[in-house]
Design a protein around this ligand. Structure first.
Ligand code: SF4
Length: 367
């Protein structure tokens, strides 16, 4: 909450091809397009650098596929960030990479410009599942990328896993988790596949053998237990890590700290205001943001805190939101506690893994 620190999100909207489940703002690009986008991005970075004196303690370069534009442009962007903002020496600086382009990427170069964490879009260690997801990489690509990242001195690696992939079983998920463990990933994001409107998975839903809701729920609950057995503590609905390796940047989203998102479709929460750039390159070039009003109200506070495994501190809640709201919350949560969907321990109210699966409908009732 009130702090003088800032998280910076930088969106790189390019991918080699479009995955059938993805509705992020991304497109194909060529060298000229990458240069042009880097120029626009740097203009906007300078613009914002002049408008805040907050100290940047996290930078997250996401996409799209940032590795697609190459290490020189990423380094150039990072230089521009450091010239425009005050970046703390100990800042967490993450970039996303795709294992298909990662194996050709100069991680040594970006490490020398401050990248100290890489998030690899691995999704699965099963070749049929990767094919179903339209991914262009293999597990060997993941292994080579990890080797390059570690050799570059970057010792904080996050791997993405997906649950609910066509034909996925508990056994195949176990193998994917085993793979992450063998690779020594410090952090694992494990998301349930959501069929977004307009994506290929949505349009051709019947052509795929998706696990049903119950099967997907089982996969999720299995992943939570199996990851814990292997030393990965769950700290958010979809995020797990070895001790001390939580994503500092992503934690800002859930604890209502300031972050500034630069790029088409990037969202910001700055000085109590929410705003975003449209999914439109032209609007980003003109640096036009859309106002989303004020943020951080009681509803948001409760909703975001409850995404975290440690949940909501009812004493803090009382201090910030008043006695009425926290008492109402404690009373309303009783029925969920009885059904093992929530727990109340040491004044903290939090979801159980089973509760996380239905957290949206519980939250709708609670707030
Ligand atoms: S690589 Fe990532 S951002 Fe690009 S299309 Fe696939 S899922 Fe979307």
């Amino acid at each position: 909450m009130m702090s003088n620190n800032l998280g910076l999100y930088i969106h790189i909207p390019f991918c080699r091809s479009k995955c059938p489940y993805c509705d992020f703002f991304s497109m194909r690009g060529d060298e000229q397009g990458f240069d042009e986008y880097t120029r626009i991005l740097k203009n906007n970075i300078r613009h914002w650098g002049q408008r805040t004196d907050k100290l940047v303690d996290t930078i997250y370069i996401g996409g799209g596929t940032p590795s697609v534009i190459g290490a020189d442009r990423i380094s150039d962007i990072l230089c521009c960030v450091r010239e425009s903002f005050s970046v703390l020496d100990k800042a967490e600086v993450t970039m996303e990479a795709n294992p298909a382009s990662g194996k050709f990427f100069d991680f040594g170069k970006v490490a020398s410009f401050g990248i100290n964490r890489v998030s690899l879009g691995m999704q699965s260690a099963d070749s049929d599942e990767l094919k179903a997801l339209g991914r262009l990489h293999s597990t060997e690509d993941v292994i080579s990328s990890i080797k390059l990242i570690r050799n570059a001195g970057i010792q904080n690696i996050s791997l993405d896993l997906m649950m609910g992939i066509p034909n996925q079983t508990k056994d195949s998920l176990r193998k994917s988790i085993d793979f992450c463990v063998e690779q020594g990933a410090e952090h694992i994001s494990s998301y349930i596949l959501k069929i977004e409107p307009g994506t290929i998975f949505d349009k051709r839903y019947d052509n795929y053998n998706f696990p049903d809701d119950d099967e997907t729920a089982e996969l999720y609950l299995f992943a939570v237990d199996y990851l814990a057995e292997n030393g990965y503590e769950q700290y958010e609905i979809s995020n797990f890590c070895k001790t001390g390796f939580e994503s500092k940047h992503n934690l800002k989203y859930w604890t209502l700290e300031d972050y500034l998102g630069l790029g088409p479709a990037a969202h910001s929460f700055l000085n109590g205001k929410r705003f975003y750039y449209k999914r439109d390159l032209k609007a980003f070039e003109s640096n036009i943001t859309e106002d989303e009003g004020s943020g951080g109200d009681a509803e948001e506070y409760i909703m975001l805190r409850l995404r975290l495994s440690k949940g909501l501190d009812l004493r803090e809640c009382k201090k910030i939101l008043g006695e009425g709201i926290s008492e109402k919350l404690a009373a309303k949560s009783q029925k969920y506690i009885k059904n093992n969907l929530m727990e109340l321990k040491n004044n903290r109210l939090f979801f159980t893994p089973k509760g996380f699966l239905v957290s949206n409908s519980i939250l709708a009732d609670l707030i």
